[in-house]
Every structure is written in C-alpha cells, then in structure tokens.
Design a protein around this ligand. Structure first.
Ligand SMILES: NC(=O)c1ccc[n+]([C@@H]2O[C@H](COP(=O)([O-])OP(=O)(O)OC[C@H]3O[C@@H](n4cnc5c(N)ncnc54)[C@H](OP(=O)(O)O)[C@@H]3O)[C@@H](O)[C@H]2O)c1
Length: 259
C-alpha cells in the first residue's frame, strides 16, 4: 500500500512541485489550497502520469475551523498521513503602518496557526505509530528581523524555532521534523507579496520552485532538521548569527526596498 502525503499550498510553486515529486515516488496525495481548479488540473496530470491516488480539498486554511474540518474529513475517511507538508504561506511588502491588518491576521493564521494545528494533529498520530515525517516550510527570512515585511519575517522565525524544538522532542521516536528555508524562489509568492521590484529579487536569477521542492524533499527524506537552500542563502543565514543584529536588520531593510 502506498504512503500518503498531505500537502498544503499545492496549487502553485513549491507545493505543486512537491506534489509531483511525491507522486513520482509512488506516494498518494491529499492536495489542499483555495484554488480548486488548479488543484483539479494538477490531480488529473498526476493521476495520468503516475497512477497514485489524489484527493483534492479546496479550503482557506487561514480559518482555523477549516483546518479542523479538513482533519476530521481525513479521519472519517480513514486516511493516514505519513508525510505532512506545511507549505501554504504568503507575505506582504510595506511599512507596518501602511499594510492591511486583516491581511496580516490572515498571514499569522495561515503561516503559524494552521501549521501548528496540523503539526499537533499529525505529529501525535505519527508518534503513536513510531513513523512519519513532517516538512515545515519556513524561509531564510526566519534568521533575522525583516523591516518592510515585519509580520512575514516574524511568522517564519516562529516556524523555524517551533520546528527545531519539535525535532529535538521527537528524537528517537521514528518521527522526523524538517524545516525548509528557501531564499527568494520563482513562484507566485513574489508577486502575491508585491516584491518583484525589491533589490532582493529584481534582476536576480532565482532558483525554480522545482529545484527548491526537490531540495526540501531530499532533506525531509534524510531526516535533516534545518535545510537552507542555496549556498548564498546558507552563508547569509550563518552570518546573521554572529553579526550585530541591528546591522543585519539594517541590511535587510535596504534589500527589501524597491529599486
Ligand atoms: N517563493 C519564495 O521566494 C519563498 C521564499 C521563502 C519561503 N517561501 C515559502 O514557501 C511556501 C510556498 O510558497 P511559494 O513560493 O510556492 O508561493 P506560491 O506559489 O504563492 O504558493 C503558495 C501556496 O499557498 C496557497 N495558499 C495561500 N493562501 C492560502 C490560504 N489562505 N489557504 C490555503 N492555501 C493558501 C496558495 O494556493 P491558493 O492561492 O490556491 O490558496 C499556493 O498553493 C510559503 O510558505 C512561502 O512563505 C517562499
């Protein structure tokens, strides 16, 4: 019998590419995002090319009750989750006084609350079975504060800190928790966050979502705790540990400004 992966944010970018990789590795899928049409198109492509089972669930995961409904639906259908990929997330560029509070509350609900909820439900079940893997998608944003994207950077710092702590708690249980930290990546994320004209990304050749997804998949399968994608991102993440925090924050401010 195939194992099953639950992937949030599977309708585009890194989540979509992770779905293709899991399917190629003969894993059945539960694909979640809001865009039902995109999920259905992806599920048809995957079923035709690999023959694995795919269940599509269209939900807004920034609403906790929708996360609870989703977990109940899977439980009622006796679907066991062997791999949990908490990938859905978004950001938003702008001065904190100018940005929309409602959007930021939704960001916290999605990037933090939904991720924590699904981890709670499935990590417990995995621990009882003594097997399972969780991939929580954070960002290189997790390693320092992010002026002009203050809430987003803080949500990703939460994901990193939370997941590293759990990785330690789950040592020796047969369950692994991996945090994927991509840097800027080609996907729908940058335009959704209004970041295309920032110095951080404009004119730069970025890794594709497929490259980042494969890197994350391998890290998860190898039970790595923290996986920073790309050499420059690794150097950036390490250097923010020993450089003065105020200096690092001012550098982030500069690269988040538009060209
Ligand atoms: N791309 C980058 O530069 C970058 C860098 C570092 C970290 N990341 C992280 O990587 C993860 C994946 O992002 P991506 O780059 O692949 O971006 P993306 O192409 O914009 O994909 C985001 C996914 O999340 C889903 N999503 C957004 N809001 C949702 C909601 N309220 N409920 C359910 N699903 C929702 C989207 O689907 P629907 O719109 O259909 O709901 C989509 O499938 C995110 O956590 C992001 O923070 C990205």
């Amino acid at each position: 019998m195939n194992k099953t992966a639950l992937i949030t944010g599977a309708s585009s970018g890194i989540g979509l590419e992770l779905a293709r990789i899991f399917a190629k590795n003969k894993t059945d899928l539960v694909l979640v995002a809001r865009s039902e049409n995109k999920l259905t198109a992806l599920s048809k492509e995957i079923i035709n090319s690999t023959g694995v089972k795919v269940k599509v669930i269209s939900k807004d995961l920034s609403v906790l009750n929708n996360c609870i409904d989703l977990a109940n639906e899977l439980r009622n259908e006796n679907i066991t989750i062997d791999y949990l990929i908490n990938n859905a997330g978004f950001g938003n560029l702008g001065f904190f006084t100018d940005t929309d509070l409602q959007k930021e509350i939704e960001m916290i609900n999605l990037n933090i609350t939904a991720l924590t909820y699904f981890t709670k439900i499935y990590a417990k079940e995995m621990k009882l079975r003594g097997a399972g893997k969780i991939l929580n998608v954070s960002s290189t944003a997790a390693f320092q504060p992010g002026p002009l994207m203050a809430v987003y950077y803080a949500t990703k710092a939460y994901v990193l800190s939370f997941s590293e702590a759990l990785a330690n708690e789950f040592n020796g249980t047969g369950v692994t928790i991996t945090t994927l930290c991509p840097g800027p990546t080609e996907s729908g994320f940058l335009s959704a966050a209004n970041m295309n004209n920032t110095k951080l990304v404009k004119g730069r050749k970025l890794p594709t979502s497929a490259e980042v997804a494969l890197f994350g998949f391998n890290a998860m399968m190898n039970g790595k705790t923290v996986a920073v994608q790309g050499l420059m991102n690794k150097i950036g993440a390490q250097s923010s540990r020993f450089l003065p925090r105020k200096f690092v924050t001012s550098v982030v401010r500069k690269i988040q400004e538009t060209r």
